[in-house]
Design a protein around this ligand. Structure first.
Ligand SMILES: N[C@H](CCC[C@H](N)C(=O)O)C(=O)O
Length: 284
């Protein structure tokens, strides 16, 4: 199977061009190629497909083979792939996802995409649509018991579920490996959850680390960064326009007051192309 390895500020995926030929056994293949010792090594796999409803379609799988509804860093790379590999010459494109059609603006330098601005759509705050088990809407600074401690979580969906936790210590010092899995699999999240641990540096600057549903810690999470700024505004901790520092780099986020949409701007990088021989049972 031919693939292209790309990342959005360190959130790396194996991209497969399925515009001409579909792929079967996708969940098993995603798990196989994501393994950083026995496979290619990635946070998951993303299929690029043709679409009737939009210019292209993105199918996203986490490293455990589970399907994600949306992937912010991934969709920027899909945009880069289709432009750089001449599947389109448009610099404003639409990509259909399980979270609806997203609209993207590409910045091109020397014939290659260097930056992408994505309209990530409106945040979803109703508990039953996130989904999270909670009484009030929106779910802001809601107590939750995890690992014997009470945390205050703010829950936002960007098509996929996020629990945002504000902390006062440097995020690099946070015991993410120990705490993250207990949020991911907590009973109050019927579809599991992505969890962001965030420190506010000032009203326009935050730092964040993330434990992703289905992939564990990643160097960045685009949907999670959008959820983080929405949660910051709901808690009165930041402005609607902010830069978020992640381990893999920065994203610029704006939760626009007029259209209620969240805009995310960031880079997309192609690292290498390759070919992998899949186990026979994944090719039948
Ligand atoms: N793990 C996420 C999908 C990937 C999201 C993240 N990598 C991003 O850039 O938005 C989920 O299961 O909802």
């Amino acid at each position: 199977m031919k693939f292209t390895k790309m990342h959005g500020i360190g959130n790396d995926y194996v991209y497969v061009d399925c515009t001409k030929k579909d792929l079967a056994h996708t969940s098993e293949i995603a798990k196989y190629v994501s393994d950083r010792h026995f496979g290619i090594g990635s946070d998951g796999m993303i299929l690029i497909k043709s679409s009737e409803k939009a210019d292209f379609q993105m199918d996203m799988y986490n490293a455990d083979g589970s399907r994600g509804e949306m992937c912010g860093n991934g969709i920027r790379c899909v945009a880069k792939y289709v432009y750089d590999h001449h599947l389109t010459d448009k610099t404003e494109i639409s990509i259909d996802t399980l979270a609806g059609i997203k609209y993207l603006k590409l910045t091109v330098e020397n014939g290659k995409v260097v930056k992408v601005r994505v309209n990530m759509g409106q945040p979803i705050l109703a508990p039953d649509r996130i989904p999270v088990i909670a009484e009030k809407e929106p779910v802001v600074a809601e107590p939750i018991k995890v690992c014997g401690k009470e945390w205050k979580m703010t829950c936002v969906s960007m098509g996929n579920p996020h629990a945002v936790i504000f902390i006062d210590t440097p995020v690099k010092e946070f015991p993410l490996e120990e705490i993250g899995p207990h949020f991911e699999n907590h009973a109050r999240f019927p579809k599991r959850t992505n969890t962001e641990f965030v420190r506010v540096l000032d009203r326009q600057t935050l730092e964040m680390r993330v434990w992703e549903r289905g992939s564990g810690e990643t160097l960045a999470c685009g949907t999670g960064t959008c959820a983080t700024v929405v949660a910051g505004v709901l808690n009165g901790l930041c402005d609607r326009k902010a830069v978020v520092h992640l381990l893999g780099g920065d994203l610029e986020i704006e939760w626009n007051e007029d259209d209620n949409c969240v805009y995310m701007t960031g880079s997309a990088t192609e690292v290498f192309e390759g070919e992998i021989t899949l186990p026979e049972e994944m090719t039948e």
